[in-house]
Design a protein around this ligand. Structure first.
Ligand code: BGC
Length: 735
């Protein structure tokens, strides 16, 4: 059981007409405020999720229109949320034991006089119809206990209790750069089974609104699931301890409509039980996520790749909720740093995630360990209770370097580097001081925790024989970090530090070569990821690259042209193949339909990206229920390659924010046309290419104040071309 949601209210008198009024409000926990019977604002899960030990955002609303001369009332419903509800698998009351509200209503009368209403001991409280409310477990609502017009003046709150006035917890109140979570769209079911299992046709994050006609006291049990068992019942084992169930007890009478307030689920299917045969229920899916506006479109002639793009976008929608989460359904939903860095480049194409990441990186700074280490999950309150709490390990904590740099590149946003540089430096110092031996990170002889390895790779995640070694991953990312640091310092005008990081980078590269690369170009362990990291991060000497490339190709072909990388190698594998003369193989991997591949889930009806390549296979069925989400965006990192190389729209790091657009289409595979459109900070940039009988026909759009370079693909006659703003058409004859 979780706790009933408290309602709080205060009635007040305004002695004259109001000129302006603003409500400044926040909570530890969640709140929904009302004034005179009207909801204030449209944010879901206000005030959002931050490191509540350090700061909490407040919201400001202009509420003059709902106030009136005479009697008024203000109130709020409080939810446990992340503050005191269940968090991942750690139980309840992680930050505090109960929700608290803080509000100030400032009124200016038309005659210039002022009045202020604040949350104090004059407010009253009662419980009401919300018997339980928990982000992970669900919500239980008993309409028989509704309170009536509780936020309106004249309401009889005689039976309500005085609130408990709490001491100021001393947490900084701040504004947030992040867009709020909102109800973004509605989804109608595509079918319903005789057993009342509704199929919404799309796996997503949110909840359902029900409209029910049933007798007073009937309780609907509303269960959510991502997939079905073979017999058509909801498969919920992979939710682990997340109950993901809402209960609605009917008040009786005409149709009743209800939607929970303080919970969300990750699901496609909804089972509703508890109705008598003559009773009826309709449901509508309500999609919730941080209101990051769509910016990008990718499409091509290959329907399965278009579905893959759709799945990537829905993985993003489902997991960009206050923080970039790993998954929205099981009892986890944490801001895993590794997942975020793997996916951020793709995310920046699909939506405007700049404010979202500004906020998340602010939380990261709040959670950075005093020693400079960056935890596995952000926000963190020592959730994990192991090394991961002060050091997320290779490819996870490196989000501290990769994410701000990516936001800078994609939005030309220098402020994110300014804000984060100190944290980046502290993180680099931490690694040098505490995590490296002879520039090898996670050196097995140290006591360092080696991280999660190449998480969920088919050849193991770093603890198994044959898996990509954790110190190899660690050192590769350390080198990558040093390279980014050198560039970052340069952008910020810290020339000396830029050079120091460049020197550091050189030393790490040398150490990497000494330890992991043979003179001929074999890379330790021989996994796809070991070659991908070595080649992508420039860690293999020039003359040894051909061997390394050949080994990577051999590994892929040995698997019948299948991918074997985990979270760590996946984002770069196609770039590496393309950059090293194997575009054809990159396309074979991208278009591969058999297991393991990106299109295997698509062929099997996926509407989001699965956590693992083998989440479900025909011969084995569902994977281990303890770790099998069907809505994890990490492998969706391939999206960036579809924009950048299939369609051919990229940013020039020298002129970030798409001031200089690189059009670099690399047609291949079975694809006959492709297009990408991106709403850049300067306006819409677009490319579309079509293969005709005799040429490659290309249309380009360059926004005002930008310029572009077109780099022709192999196989067509054409020179490098430059373009100014406007629409352009070119045709490149076949060679
Ligand atoms: C999460 C991942 C995360 C991983 C760390 C899992 O439980 O779902 O996405 O990155 O742990 O290894």
């Amino acid at each position: 059981m979780t706790a009933p949601a408290p309602y709080v209210r205060k009635a007040f008198h305004l002695k004259g007409p109001v000129q302006s009024a603003s409500l400044v409000i926040t909570a530890l926990g969640l709140y929904e405020a009302e004034i005179n019977g009207q909801r204030v604002g449209d944010q879901v899960f206000a005030p959002g999720w931050t490191d509540y030990l350090k700061r909490v955002p407040y919201q400001r609303h202009d509420v003059a229109a709902v106030l009136r001369q005479g009697e008024n009332a203000i109130g709020a419903i409080l939810g446990d949320g992340w503050y005191c509800g269940n968090l991942a698998w750690k139980g309840r009351q992680i930050y505090g034991d109960r929700p608290m509200l803080l509000a100030k209503l400032e009124i200016v009368y038309e005659n210039g006089e002022r009045a202020v209403i604040v949350t104090d001991s004059t407010w009253k409280t009662s419980t009401g119809p919300i018997l339980e409310s928990d982000l992970i477990m669900g919500e239980a609502y008993d309409a028989r206990l509704e309170l009536g017009p509780w936020s309106e003046p004249g309401y009889n709150d005689f039976a309500w209790q005085p609130v408990c006035e709490m001491a100021d917890p001393g947490i900084a109140l701040v504004t947030t750069p992040a867009p709020p979570v909102r109800r973004i769209e509605e989804i109608a079911p595509v079918s319903v089974s005789p057993a009342h299992v509704f199929d919404l046709g799309q796996n997503f994050c949110g909840r359902v609104r029900v409209t029910v006609r049933a007798k007073r006291g009937s309780t609907l049990v509303i269960r959510h699931a991502e997939v079905l068992n073979p017999n058509g019942t909801p498969y919920t084992e992979n939710l682990r301890e997340a109950r993901a169930t809402d209960y609605y007890t009917c008040g009786g009478g005409e149709a009743e409509t209800w939607e929970p307030r303080f919970t969300f689920h990750g699901f496609r299917y909804v089972e509703v039980v508890g109705l008598e045969p003559e009773e009826s229920v309709e449901i509508t899916g309500i999609v919730l996520h941080s209101d990051t506006k769509p910016t990008g479109v990718f499409a091509c002639s290959h329907p399965l790749l278009n579905q893959l793009q759709h799945n990537i976008v829905w993985g993003q929608k489902s997991n960009f909720l206050e923080v970039p989460t790993d998954c929205p359904q099981r009892n986890e939903r944490l801001g895993w740093t590794g997942d975020a860095q793997v996916f951020i480049r793709t995310a920046c194409f699909n939506m405007d995630v700049r404010g979202f990441f500004h906020k998340w990186l602010e939380v990261m700074r709040d959670c950075q360990h005093p020693n400079g280490g960056v935890p596995s999950v952000i926000p963190d309150k020592n959730f994990l209770g192991w090394w991961g709490s002060d050091d997320g390990g290779p490819a996870w904590s490196d989000a501290a370097i990769i994410c701000p740099w990516t936001i800078y590149l994609c939005y030309g946003d220098r402020t994110i580097l300014e804000e984060h540089y100190e944290a980046m430096r502290r993180y680099m110092d931490f690694m040098a001081r505490e995590r490296c031996k002879g520039f090898i990170r996670s050196h097995p002889e140290g006591d360092a925790w080696g991280g999660y390895g190449d998480w969920l790779a088919l050849d193991g995640s770093g603890v198994l024989e044959g898996a990509t070694p954790k110190d190899l991953i660690g050192t590769a990312f350390y080198a990558y970090d040093a390279a980014i640091m050198s560039k970052t310092a340069k952008v910020l005008g810290f020339e000396k530090e830029s050079q120091e990081y460049e020197v550091l980078h050189g030393k790490i590269v040398e150490a990497f070569r000494r330890r992991f690369v043979t003179p001929e170009g074999l890379v330790a362990s021989g996994t796809q990821t070991s070659y991908v990291l070595g080649l992508n991060f420039g860690l293999i000497p020039e003359d040894a690259r051909p061997t390394a490339v050949a080994e990577l190709v051999r590994n892929i072909e040995k698997r019948g042209c299948h991918i074997g990388t985990g979270f760590v190698g996946t984002p770069y594998i196609l770039d590496v193949l393309e950059a090293n003369g194997h575009l054809d193989l990159a396309y074979k991997l991208l278009e591969q339909e058999t297991f393991p591949s990106w299109l295997f889930p698509v062929k099997n009806g996926a509407t989001t990206i699965w956590e693992r390549w083998d989440g479900w296979t025909p011969d084995k069925g569902f994977q281990d229920k303890g770790m099998n989400s069907f809505n994890h965006y990490a492998y969706g990192a391939v999206g960036a390659w579809m924009y950048r190389s299939v369609a051919g729209l990229d940013v020039d790091p020298e002129e970030p924010g798409y001031r200089h657009i690189i059009f670099r289409p690399r047609p291949g595979g079975s694809i006959g046309w492709a297009e990408a459109r991106l709403n850049t900070p300067l306006g819409e940039a677009a490319i579309r290419w079509d293969i005709t009988d005799e040429a490659l026909a290309v249309q380009l759009t360059v926004p005002a104040a930008a310029h572009a370079t077109f780099l022709p693909p192999a196989g067509y006659v054409g020179d490098e071309l430059t373009f100014g703003p406007g629409d352009h058409r070119i045709a490149l004859p076949r060679v």
